[in-house]
Structure formats: structure tokens, C-alpha cells
Design a protein around this ligand. Structure first.
Ligand code: ZN
Ligand code: ZN
Ligand code: FE
Length: 754
């Protein structure tokens, strides 16, 4: 099938023969399209069969001109246009050059060579960098990007460094954070109160020693602190969980090299590319089955995926090389606060968690978490967008005349601001549920405003009356527009795929405030500029106990059974282990309609079914029950699905899932494995999407919202839509979850008339 990919490459890609190289490669592979230079980097649009495009992408990276260097490589799959040849287009004249704040870039090969060369003056120096690599976003105070405007400003260059820095022929010519052991920052190992125990390379060696002894290390990394411990050591990982009060949420891992990853996980070419990319994110990889794993199950609790990254800074490289074993590398924070970025916070917040601290004296100005991605059907899927990606802009039309502040959602918040058509979507900020996160939220807005000298003309926020993000925009005294949450998800997907009309938005997540004041979450939305029609939704049910049902998902399970069977639900004993004796109370709450808000949430339906099938009845974090339901489906290869009906109610189509619950109950009684039920349930939702697209007559179907982080659901829906002649579109550069909301809010502003 013919496809089109849009590629944006930033880095040293101008004046090094990049365009002729791309032209030759494209012609050789019979790829049509164009390439253009802009002040921001190189833009390519390429059309061909998918296989050829994959080769094209990998050969750009492997065969690029000698003096070029890629600092960021982003691709987005778009509708084809039918190009007839490949051409080099004239460079874009954009008046004044807009300098961009670059993300933090992983250590380049040349620098790595020096770090591990005993004859080099930067041998084992953990702050080695050059023009092609090193910290950026995390250390920049202001533009222009000069050393004085970074946290390296306080380190005076030695003569040798200065000679490199001022020599146009040197790799470190104007490498703003350049440093060496003589003049640059240094590391030290301290105890949990800040007493220095070892310095310089001894600090690293002793950090290695304590990790091997099963201790927990707080490491000051690039965009903040990480907590490290030996990933094979059950007791150490257990202790970290206990101290961090994180019961079952999977921990990310850092491996010392690719070979050791290949032992633990199945890794395809695209995943390998991502692991080794300049962005160096955490990649979700399928864990190998039936091997003697070196990873403690305490790290992931039966999760079939491992979140793995490779070392990306010199300090990580040196530490991991000495260690030679995989470690847990989780965020250095407490209870959903932003990660710590300075010693002052770290010793207070992490002092009770870590035994030792590997710190240094290069300041971090803002928190930038490790990004998380996965490959789904060959494409990148963004789960958390931060280090390596933020704050690079996405481009959007029809917003040029205004500066818009998008306040984002409440959980997994990001904000966005535009300058002309460049939309700066912030790094992942997190859940706005504590003072630290809210302060970080304000700082992130200020950062982007300061970098690009922006003064927002309007603010766009969520409709939810209690969202802190929405309240914050009140304080700005500028016109404020509210966008319904699920419409913002759809708009975000439209923005990425450059679509404006004639689309059906399938917007499924856990929670969002609906225009009728109820909780939505299983929506079929037909966009119409700054308005939309709720063309369909999941038949509603109630959440007894409101918010508490998100953890006690058995309550949702009971509510679903109660909707279908009424009081007879009591006779079904699937929820007994979790429910009794509270079950009676829940029943009364439902009967009398006490504290039982109505919802059409797809995510909560997942939770409830997870509980009914006995997979998970108490969740320790949001969406855990739904995720475990997904994972059990993995072992079952079936096309079966449950029968369901689509009702009509007041001009909307309502997905009636009652029959599904009946069938699930029958399956359970007949001893059908929960995993098979789960697979059938997932398949049913994919059929639902197809049927809705048929009934509502839309060819283009957008899949967005947190539920589409579900790998099984996303793949199944894409597959079934393609098989039945529809065109599925997914989120690519921003998360399908609430991290993508801010982009949708900016898109909303493009439809406003001023
Ligand atoms: Zn370098
Ligand atoms: Zn120096
Ligand atoms: Fe959402």
C-alpha cells in the first residue's frame, strides 16, 4: 500500500550535502516527494510502498553525509498526495531566524569514543559533550543559546576547552556546555544527608559498589533525579517499592547494552532504532517468555512488557559500563510529584528512599522526565513525551495571528503555547494534584513564554469546573475558551494527521467532563470546527462511591452486573472475594442513587469487566485493572466477539453493552478462561468502531484517548477498520492520553473567529 511519511530532521543537516544525499537515496529507492531546508532543519515528504519508506528512514540514519549530525528525527504518517517525482524545493525564507530550544540529546559516538579512550583528556569524564550532543533544554535559562544563558555559565573554560570552543574546525566549536575534567562540573557520592563520601571517578566506582550490594542510589541525571537499584535483586527492588510507596506500578529499567536487552526482550528493527536513537527514550518491549530472566518480577509484577532504556548521558554510560547489569531507573520523586532537580529538594524528598546519592554541581533548571514510547504496527506511539522530544514544536496552520495558551488536562498534564504556526507542546508535567506539580505547571508555562517572548492573547482550557489548569487560565485576564475533553482528544488527533473535516472521532478514556455535566469517556464525536456532535456514546452506568471506584474496581464490576441483572446480581459470586460485606452497601447506594455519578466511560467499563472476570478487583493505580485485562488477552488468538446492539436515543447512537455482560457471565459459568473473555471483549470494541463508522458513514476514523494506549485494542481496531475499507488515524507525536489534550486545545483555537 502506498504511504506518505513526513520527516523532520534537526541537527547539523545544512551545508553538509544533506539535500543531494536525500535526493539520491530517494531516486534510487524510487520514492516520490520533496525535501526542503528551513531555519528549523530539513523537512521531507516521501511517498512509496511502506517497505521502501522504512528502508529510506533507516538509510537516512545509517548512510547520512559524513559531517552531518542528527539531533532529532521525527516522522509522521500522513495521507498520500500522489507526487510524480522527487524534488529539492527552494529553501523557505522565514525572515528572522527562529532559534529553537533543542531537547537534551544523548551522547554521540565521538564523545563516547573519547570517554572510553585512556589516552584522551576526557577519559571517564561524565560531562563530556560536543555540538552534536549533550544537555540543552534542561540547562537553558534564556535564548539566545549561549553558554552564559546556561547553567554552564558559572564554569570558566580552561585554555584547552576555550581553544576547541573558538576553533571553527573543531567539533566543539561553540558547544555551549563543553567541559573537561580540569574546568567542568564534577560528581560526588554522598550519604542520604549530603555528607560527601567519595569524589570524581571514585564516586562512580563506589556508586557501582553500593548498587551491587543491594542499596538504593539516587542519581542526578539530565532532567532530574532517578532512583537506581539492581534489577535482579528481589529484596532491593522490594525495598525501593516500600520506601517509594509504589506498590505495583512497573519500574523502568536501564540496561548497559543492546545485547543484554536482546536476552530479555523481543526487539524488532524499529524498536532497536528507537532504543539507539538520539532521543534515547524508554521503549516498551515484549518480555521473552520461558527464559531464565535476570530481571526480578518485583520490577514489573507480571506485566508482559519491559520499559527499557539505554544509557544516554556520559555519567550513565560510565556507571552502566562499570555495573554491567540492568538496573531499575525510576523517577526520583515521591507520590506523583515532579522529579527532583536539585540537591536541596532531593535530600529532603528522597532522603528516606535512597541510601546514597550520586550528585554533581551542574545545575538542572527544569524537570524533564524520561520519555516513553512503544512501536505499534511499525509506528512510534508516544506514551510520555519529555526528554529528547520536548520542547520541539509541531506545526499547525490557521493559528498564526494569535498566541494561544492551552492549559491542558488535569492528569498527565502538558501545556502548549504557539508562536506563529509553531506549537510548543511542553514536556510531561504530571498530575496537577499537589503543590509541587502546580508550581512546576506554572514554571513550565513561564519557561516557554520567556524563551519565545510570548504574550498569550487567549487561553483554551478544559470544561471541567474543578480543573486547576482551567482555573489557572482565569487568573491571566485574557479571553478564555473551554473545550470539551473528548473533543480536545479528537482535535489533537486531527492536528497530527492534518485533518479538518469529514472524520469520525473515537474518543475513549477514563474520565472527562461532558457538556451535560456527567462523566464521559466512551464517545463518538463528529467535529465541526469549534463545535461538535456527540454522535454516539457508551450506554451509561454508575460509579458507586465516585472517585473511589477507580481503585476499588470491584464496585464498578458490581454496578455493571446490577445494571443488567438488578438485585439478582447478588447471586453472582464473581466479586465475592473483594466485595463482601461492602457489597450490600454498594447495592443500596445504587438503589437509592447515592454518590453514584453516571458515566459513559470506556476505561471504567474495562475496569469493571476486569473485576467481574476476576483479573483485578483492587487497582493500586489508575487503569491498572484495565491494563491487566488487556495483558490476559495476549495469549488468545481469536476473532470471536460478543453480540451487542446499537440503540438510538435522542439522535445519538448508544452502544448497548448489556448483552456483553450477560455473555461474559455465561462464559464464566462455563469455565471459559478470563483471557479468552478479554480477547473477545477487545474484539467486540473493534467491531463496534467498524459498525459505528458504517452507520454514521465516515471513511476516516480517528482513534484517540487514553484507551488507545491499549496495544491490543489499538491494533485490533486499526486492523478491522482497514479490512472493512475504512481509514484509521492514530496519535503519533503526542500521547493518545491526556498528554495530548493541550495540542487539541490549540487546534480548537484555529476554528475561532476573532
Ligand atoms: Zn558529542
Ligand atoms: Zn576544560
Ligand atoms: Fe482523556
Amino acid at each position: 500500500m502506498l504511504q506518505k511519511v513526513k520527516i523532520v530532521i534537526r541537527g547539523v543537516v545544512q551545508g553538509v550535502g544533506f539535500r543531494p544525499f536525500i535526493y539520491r537515496l530517494a531516486t534510487q529507492l524510487n520514492i516520490k516527494g520533496w525535501i526542503i531546508n528551513s531555519s528549523q532543519g530539513v523537512f521531507i515528504e516521501a511517498e512509496a510502498e511502506r517497505e521502501l519508506l522504512d528502508i529510506f528512514i533507516s538509510r537516512i540514519k545509517s548512510d547520512k553525509p559524513k559531517n552531518s549530525y542528527i539531533q532529532s528525527f521525527e516522522n509522521t504518517w500522513l495521507d498520500t498526495e500522489g507526487f510524480s517525482n522527487f524534488e529539492i524545493r527552494n529553501s523557505l525564507e522565514e525572515g528572522s531566524k527562529t532559534a529553537l530550544v533543542l531537547p537534551d540529546i544523548s551522547t554521540c559516538k565521538d564523545c563516547l569514543g573519547e570517554i572510553f579512550d585512556p589516552a584522551n583528556r576526557r577519559y571517564l569524564y561524565p560531562f563530556t559533550n560536543c555540538t552534536n550532543c549533550g544537555p540543552r533544554f534542561s540547562i537553558i535559562d534564556d535564548l539566545p543559546y549561549d553558554r552564559a544563558n546556561t547553567t554552564m555559565g558559572e564554569f570558566e573554560m580552561c585554555d584547552e576547552c576555550r581553544a576547541e570552543y573558538t576553533n571553527p574546525l573543531d567539533r566543539r566549536f561553540h558547544a555551549e556546555p563543553t567541559a573537561c575534567p580540569v574546568c567542568g562540573p564534577q560528581v560526588s557520592l554522598t550519604d542520604e544527608t549530603g555528607n560527601i563520601l567519595f569524589e570524581k571517578h571514585d564516586a562512580v566506582l563506589n556508586a557501582v559498589k553500593v548498587i551491587k550490594e543491594g542499596k538504593i542510589l539516587a542519581l542526578k541525571g539530565i532532567g532530574g533525579y532517578q532512583l537506581l537499584c539492581d534489577a535482579s535483586n528481589d529484596a532491593a527492588v522490594k525495598e525501593l517499592r516500600k520506601r517509594k510507596r509504589r506498590s505495583e506500578k512497573p519500574f523502568a529499567l536501564m540496561f548497559h547494552d543492546l545485547e543484554s536487552i536482546l536476552i530479555e526482550a523481543d526487539v524488532n528493527e524499529a524498536e532497536k532504532g528507537l532504543l539507539l536513537s538520539v532521543e534515547a527514550p524508554i521503549v516498551l518491549l515484549k518480555r521473552k517468555k520461558g527464559i531464565a530472566s535476570g530481571i526480578s518480577d518485583e520490577c514489573i509484577f507480571g506485566n508482559p512488557y519491559l520499559g527499557i532504556m539505554l544509557p544516554y548521558s556520559p555519567l550513565h554510560h560510565i556507571l552502566m559500563k562499570e555495573l554491567g547489569i540492568p538496573v531499575v531507573a525510576t523517577s526520583g520523586n515521591i507520590s506523583e510529584e515532579p522529579i527532583c532537580i536539585n540537591e536541596e529538594q532531593a535530600y529532603i524528598k528522597l532522603g528516606d528512599i535512597a541510601d546514597y546519592f550520586l550528585v554533581h554541581n551542574r545545575k538542572i533548571l527544569r524537570h524533564v522526565d524520561d520519555s516513553i514510547l512503544r512501536i505499534s504496527a511499525g509506528n512510534e506511539v508516544m506514551i510520555r513525551r519529555a526528554r529528547g522530544y520536548a520542547p520541539l514544536p509541531l506545526v499547525l496552520e490557521n493559528i498564526e495571528n494569535n498566541t494561544i495558551l492551552a492549559a491542558g488536562a488535569h492528569l498527565k498534564n502538558t501545556i502548549a503555547l504557539n508562536k506563529g504556526s509553531n506549537v510548543f507542546v511542553s514536556q510531561h508535567i504530571g498530575d496537577l494534584e499537589n503543590t509541587e506539580s502546580i508550581n512546576a505547571y506554572k514554571n513550565v508555562i513561564n519557561d516557554i513564554k520567556t524563551f519565545y517572548e510570548l504574550k498569550p492573547d487567549i487561553a483554551v482550557c478544559d470544561m471541567h469546573p474543578d480543573y486547576i489548569s482551567a482555573k489557572f487560565s482565569d487568573s491571566l485576564n485574557i479571553p478564555k475558551y473551554k473545550v470539551q475533553h473528548h473533543y480536545a482528544h479528537v482535535l489533537s488527533c486531527m492536528a497530527e494527521n492534518r485533518l479538518d473535516e469529514n472524520v469520525l472521532g473515537v474518543s475513549w478514556d477514563g474520565t472527562g467532563y461532558g457538556t451535560d455535566g456527567t462523566i464521559w469517556g466512551g464517545e463518538f464525536i463528529v467535529p465541526n470546527g469549534n463545535e461538535f456532535k456527540r454522535a454516539g456514546y457508551f450506554k451509561t452506568f454508575r460509579l458507586p462511591g465516585g472517585e473511589s471506584a477507580i481503585q476499588d474496581v470491584w464496585k464498578i464490576g458490581y454496578s455493571l452486573l446490577y445494571e443488567v441483572f438488578g438485585k439478582e446480581a447478588d447471586k453472582l459470586d464473581f466479586l465475592q472475594p473483594a466485595g463482601q460485606p461492602e457489597m450490600k452497601i454498594i447495592q443500596q447506594m445504587l438503589e437509592k442513587n447515592i454518590n453514584s455519578p453516571v458515566t459513559s466511560s470506556c476505561g471504567r467499563l474495562f475496569d469493571g469487566i476486569s473485576a467481574i472476570t476476576g483479573i483485578k478487583q483492587h487497582a493500586s493505580f489508575e487503569a491498572q485493572a484495565a491494563m491487566e485485562l488487556e495483558f490476559t488477552a495476549d495469549d488468545f488468538n481469536t476473532n470471536d466477539y460478543f453480540a451487542f446492539s446499537i440503540d438510538e436515543f435522542k439522535g445519538s447512537l448508544v452502544f448497548n453493552w448489556h448483552n456483553i455482560i450477560r455473555d461474559i457471565v455465561n462464559d464464566l459459568k462455563a469455565g471459559v478462561p478470563a483471557g479468552l473473555i478479554s480477547a473477545k471483549f477487545h474484539n467486540t470494541l473493534a467491531e463496534l468502531i467498524v459498525q459505528m463508522a458504517e452507520r454514521l458513514r465516515f471513511e476516516k476514523v480517528l482513534l484517540t484517548g487514553g484507551c488507545f494506549m491499549n496495544y491490543y485494542l489499538l491494533n485490533r481496531a486499526v486492523k478491522r477498520l482497514q479490512e472493512t475499507g475504512f481509514k484509521p488515524y492514530t496519535q503519533q507525536r503526542v500521547p493518545a492520553g491526556d498528554g495530548g489534550i493541550s495540542l487539541g486545545q490549540i487546534k480548537y483555537a484555529s476554528y475561532l473567529k476573532f
